[in-house]
Design a binder for this molecule. Structure first.
Ligand code: 5AD
Ligand code: SF4
Length: 472
């Protein structure tokens, strides 16, 4: 009989990817996906620990699940509760003490061992099974190859963990040391994804541009080299990667942005702050001007490159002048989109014990001002697209009937009506296709587009010079 698993994912794209891999691990055990915990025989919470009260949120979700488990058990059924991800890693045994009804606690490096953990949990239901090791062997060597198809825009994890130790961040503790997958394994997975219909691949890693995968000749490939090899895969039209550290933007990767048309002109390059003393205390190992110069170099090779970033306001000791320096950096660079957060002390990280913690109201006021500036930049960026023609890769149906949604090279969602009566392209536009689209309007988080009139002359923005790949 088919059993069902409900996987709830918190946090980053790495977790989304890991959740899909966990589903792959559970499929051979007869588990299909459930749409809710109520329909499931097993629930996995794939948790995130990066900011704010993450553990408390997980415990309150677990409270709800424990009631469900009691009901299910009373009716003679099975209900396994597994906690995976970074909260599982950080809490470890403590989680089984505080929530003894949890069956499995599984850190991010141990997903391939889920079947064993389930077996142990079933054999000893009173104890709970835990695995928060950082095993010497990579989980990637043990995950099943035949992953479920991911669709047109797919994710591929190439690197995990981080050795940077920014003083605010838990990742080096929860995800462990930096580890890169061998280049051949990445290329094989990319070919498989493309064979299953992927046309765009986003390479994932906590610090993805620190990638240094072993090549078959024993040498080590950086991300620039990997991107070039991926670009040679027939049928792979678009490549992206996230998330990067400015210090790991090496010459080869900067050159790849200039030379590889498949590498999309949109880069998430977190800077966190524009103040040198704050960057120093964050242990970011670069100055604000280093970052400005880096952006200049990237844009000199790829003038249409758009950027996004992460910002933290209210880091310990951040003065008004430090904050203004961040605003100035944002104005100098000009972002297409960004994420911004109030500093949240994470237990066990150096910044949590630094003096001069910034009061909450100050953090809130700074965040509002920063977000208003970022929003103005995002609106300006989206508005500048109106009237332009750009390639759109259609990857999902729209919310309205007769509409398709795709992404611009700059990651903007573009909504296009498919059925334009009498239009020459009408019959051929579909999911998985890439088309030149004229942008007719911009909204807060998306663009509206139309297929250009056949034969019409349109001003074209570059960004995806791979039109020869467009299906006829
Ligand atoms: N407080 C606030 N934001 C944080 N981030 C990471 N740790 C913290 C923290 N303790 C943000 C950083 C990072 C993003 C993924 O989350 O901006 O780039
Ligand atoms: Fe965390 Fe990113 Fe810094 Fe690594 S580089 S410690 S993941 S913020």
């Amino acid at each position: 009989m088919t059993k069902r698993v409900y996987i709830k994912t918190y946090g980053c794209q790495m977790n989304e990817y890991d959740s899909a891999r966990m589903a792959d691990v559970l499929a051979p055990l007869g588990f299909a996906a459930a749409d809710s915990p109520e329909e499931a025989d097993m629930v996995v919470l794939n948790t995130c620990h990066i900011r704010e009260k993450a553990a408390e949120k997980v415990y309150s979700e677990l409270g709800r699940l424990s009631r469900l488990k009691r009901q299910r058990r009373a009716a003679g059924g099975e209900f396994l509760i597994a906690v995976a991800g970074c909260v599982a890693q950080a809490e470890g045994e403590e989680m089984l003490r505080r929530a003894p009804f949890v069956d499995i606690v599984c850190g991010p490096q141990a997903y391939h061992r889920l079947p064993e953990l389930m077996e142990r949990a079933r054999n000893e239901p009173a104890r709970g099974a835990i695995d928060t090791d950082f095993p010497a062997e990579s989980k990637f060597d043990h995950l099943p190859e035949a992953a479920a198809p991911q669709g047109i825009a797919a994710f591929l994890s190439v690197q995990e963990g981080c050795d940077k130790f920014c003083t605010f961040c838990v990742v080096p503790y929860t995800r462990g040391a930096e580890l890169s997958r061998p280049a051949a394994a990445v290329l094989a997975e990319a070919r498989r994804l493309v064979a299953q219909g992927a046309r765009e691949i986003t390479l994932l890693g906590q610090n993805v541009n620190a990638y240094h995968g072993e090549a078959t000749d024993g040498s080590s490939w950086g991300l620039g080299r990997l991107v070039r090899a991926l670009a040679a895969i027939d049928g792979l039209w678009r490549i992206r990667y996230t998330t990067s550290h400015p210090r790991d933007m090496d010459d080869a990767l900067i050159a790849a942005h200039r030379d590889v048309p498949q590498l999309m002109p949109f880069l998430h390059l977190p800077v966190q702050s524009g103040s040198d003393p704050v960057l120093e205390r964050m242990n970011r190992r670069h100055t604000a001007d280093d970052y400005r110069r880096l952006v200049e170099r990237l844009r000199s090779g790829r003038p249409d490159l758009a950027l996004s970033s992460d910002f933290i306001v209210g880091f310990p000791g951040e003065s008004d002048a430090d904050f203004v320096a961040t605003l100035r950096l944002i104005e100098d660079v000009g972002y297409a989109q960004s994420f911004s957060f109030k500093y949240s002390p994470r237990p066990g990280t150096p910044a949590a014990d630094m003096p001069d913690q910034v009061p909450e109201p100050v953090k809130a006021a700074r965040l509002a001002e920063l977000q208003a500036l970022l929003k103005r930049q995002q609106d300006r960026f989206n508005h500048a697209a109106v009237g332009q023609v750009m390639t759109v890769l259609f990857d999902r149906p729209g919310r309205l009937p007769g509409q398709l949604v795709g992404r611009s090279p700059w990651l903007q969602p573009v909504h296009v009506p498919v059925h334009v009566p009498g239009h020459v392209n009408d019959a051929t536009l579909g999911l998985g296709m890439m088309r030149e689209v004229r942008i007719v309007a911009s909204h807060a988080n998306s663009l509206a587009g139309a297929l250009p009139e056949p034969g019409g002359q349109e001003a074209s923005r570059s960004g995806a010079a791979v039109l020869e790949h467009v299906p006829a």
